[in-house]
Each structure stands twice: as structure tokens, then as C-alpha cells.
Write a protein that binds this ligand. Structure first.
Ligand SMILES: Cc1cc2nc3c(=O)[nH]c(=O)nc-3n(C[C@H](O)[C@H](O)[C@H](O)COP(=O)(O)OP(=O)(O)OC[C@H]3O[C@@H](n4cnc5c(N)ncnc54)[C@H](O)[C@@H]3O)c2cc1C
Ligand code: FES
Length: 287
């Protein structure tokens, strides 16, 4: 059992949970995730380890309520426990001194980009962060991102805060302004790391391709076991089959077949809706 030592509501439908998990906290590196199962009948879902404290053995996960399991998770309180938390899983992010890097986070994707940006900054990279949400009241971790970024840009789809538009639109304008005709090689961007909805990551890769900037994305395919056994998280990268849980979750975004990822994400839509309706019914939220 893994106790929730603290719970914070970040914005509507997004919570941060602090879990006592000393063995995971000791080993985890930025970019890795856990697979949780709330109770005996629960399904397994993957969530990125958004932060960790090795000395007190606490990890935190940030979860957006999108369906049955994340709704159940969101209903848990401080002092409650989660039955299984397996991890750290997946490969850690590549943390090296690349020079200037751009970290792009969209929606709940700001949470997993945070530890990566912080580790990149720690070892001397110049970190430019671009984060966004649908509107001001849905933006998470603004202050945390500000503390670890050399430059921070905020975007919102509705223009209620920062740049009015998608993070990928801002990125395009930023690159055009700063790189086009730039003779000063020190200003070159060594890589872009993007985490968020698949459509957002696909848009970022389309923006960076003409600039020839290496772009890393963290894929959010459907997962079951998280250990390479079930095949649920199959994606296509560079024309080859890869499993996000063991080969990823990070891949070269220019090689990812996003159409396949998007269609596989929809595989269980009907079943997921049915589960959510049953759950709502059980909780008295649905007639
Ligand atoms: C490596 C990885 C890290 C992730 N990190 C985070 C995170 O830090 N915070 C966060 O809020 N979300 C994260 N996700 C997505 C999260 O796992 C899904 O939102 C969650 O599984 C949805 O479950 P549900 O029962 O609430 O919703 P459902 O109604 O079951 O599904 C809603 C949508 O979520 C996706 N999904 C469903 N089941 C899974 C599954 N088992 N694995 C992956 N995606 C699924 C599908 O696209 C589906 O259409 C991550 C996914 C991956 C693969
Ligand atoms: S989740 Fe089963 S193979 Fe990746």
C-alpha cells in the first residue's frame, strides 16, 4: 500500500498527489513513470513521476481527470492509500549539457516537463520554457517553471493569459524571430523537448522539422502492464515497431507515426465511456 501523504488541487480536474514510496524515490530519474492500480478491481494506468525527494522517500504524481480511473484517483484524500505503485518504469530522459534547449509543455504535460527542465538547468543548459493551457485557470506549475527556466513563455488557447494561441504557434514565431538568418551560432537551439497531448506534440515536430532541430517527445500510448509483455503501447518510430513502456517513453519526434498513435489511443473509446458512465452511476452522479 502506498499512502497519500498530501494532496493538492492544482486547477480544476488536475490534482497533485504526494506518495510515500521510498524505493521508487531512491532510484527515479527525470522522465520515468509509474503504473498504479488503486484497488484490487482497478485497471492499471501510467503516470509520470512529476517530482521526487530522495531524503524523505516521497514522490509526486500529477493526474488529470479524464476517465474512470483518474476520477477514482481524484476522489482519494490525504491518508488514503493506493494498492500498487510500480516503478520507476521507462527510460530516463537524456540529461546532458546540450547548450540552449526549449522545453514545451501543454496542459497536464507541464508536470512531466518540469523535472526534465530542472535537471537540464541544473547541469548548465540555457532553458527556454514554453508552457500552455486552454485558459489561465487551467495552467499548472507556472511558478515552479519560472524558477528553473532562463526564459519562460506562457500561452493560452483563449488568450486569457500570455500569448493567444497554441504553444506550437508560439514556438514557430520564436524560432523564426531568433533563428532565421541568425549568424550567432551560440543562439542555436540544440534540442526541443515537448510533452502534452499527442496532437500538440505532432504540431511541435512539424514546426521544428524545417529548422532541423532534434525534437524529443514523450508518448502517451495506452498501457497495461508497463513492462513490455502485453503489446498495448505499440507505436511506430522510424518505420519500426517500438513499445513505449520499455523503449520509451521518449522518442525522436520526427520519426514518430503520430497518425497511428492517435488512432490507437481511440481503440477503447466506447468501453472507456461505458466504464465512466457505470462509475458515475455508482457514485450517484448519473441517473
Ligand atoms: C508514459 C505515460 C505517462 C503518463 N503520465 C501522465 C501524467 O503524468 N498525468 C496524467 O494526467 N496522465 C498521464 N498519462 C495518461 C494517463 O495514463 C491516462 O490519462 C489514464 O490512463 C486515463 O485513464 P482513465 O481510466 O481515467 O481514462 P479512460 O476513460 O480509460 O481513458 C481516457 C483516455 O486516456 C487514455 N488512456 C486510457 N487508458 C490508458 C492507459 N492504461 N494508459 C495510457 N493511456 C490511457 C486514452 O487515450 C483514453 O482515450 C500518461 C500516459 C503514459 C503512457
Ligand atoms: S504496456 Fe504492455 S507492452 Fe507496453
Amino acid at each position: 500500500m502506498y499512502r497519500i501523504v498530501k494532496k493538492e488541487k492544482l486547477v480544476k480536474d488536475i490534482d497533485r498527489f504526494y506518495l510515500k514510496a521510498p524505493l521508487i524515490a531512491r532510484k527515479v530519474k527525470a522522465g520515468q513513470f509509474v503504473v498504479i492500480r488503486i484497488n484490487e478491481d482497478g485497471e492499471r494506468i501510467p503516470l509520470t513521476i512529476a517530482d521526487y525527494n530522495r531524503s524523505n522517500g516521497i514522490i509526486n504524481i500529477v493526474s488529470m481527470r479524464v476517465g474512470k480511473t483518474t476520477a477514482l484517483l481524484s476522489s482519494l484524500k490525504e491518508g488514503d492509500s493506493i494498492m500498487d505503485v510500480v516503478g520507476p518504469l521507462g527510460n530516463a530522459s537524456e540529461i546532458e549539457n546540450f547548450g540552449r534547449v526549449i522545453c514545451v509543455g501543454g496542459g497536464v504535460g507541464v508536470a512531466p516537463i518540469f523535472p526534465i527542465a530542472r535537471e537540464l538547468k541544473k547541469i548548465g543548459n540555457y532553458v527556454i520554457s514554453i508552457i500552455g493551457a486552454r485558459s489561465k485557470d487551467l495552467l499548472i506549475l507556472k511558478e515552479e517553471m519560472k524558477d528553473i527556466s532562463d526564459e519562460l513563455y506562457i500561452c493560452s488557447d483563449d488568450g486569457s493569459i500570455g500569448y493567444h494561441g497554441f504553444v506550437s504557434d508560439f514556438l514557430k514565431e520564436y524560432l523564426e524571430k531568433n533563428l532565421t538568418g541568425n549568424a550567432d551560432k551560440r543562439k542555436d537551439i540544440a534540442r526541443v523537448i515537448a510533452i502534452g497531448p499527442a496532437l500538440m506534440m505532432a504540431a511541435v515536430t512539424r514546426v521544428t522539422e524545417p529548422f532541423n532541430i532534434k525534437t524529443i517527445v514523450s508518448l502517451n500510448s495506452i498501457m497495461v502492464d508497463g513492462t513490455g509483455m502485453c503489446g498495448a503501447c505499440r507505436v511506430e518510430v522510424g518505420g519500426k515497431t517500438k513499445f513505449v513502456c520499455v523503449d520509451g517513453p521518449e522518442f525522436d519526434g520526427h520519426q514518430v507515426n503520430f497518425d497511428l498513435l492517435l488512432s490507437r489511443q481511440k481503440t477503447y473509446c466506447e468501453h472507456e465511456k461505458e466504464c465512466m458512465d457505470l462509475y458515475k452511476h455508482k457514485c450517484g452522479l448519473l441517473e
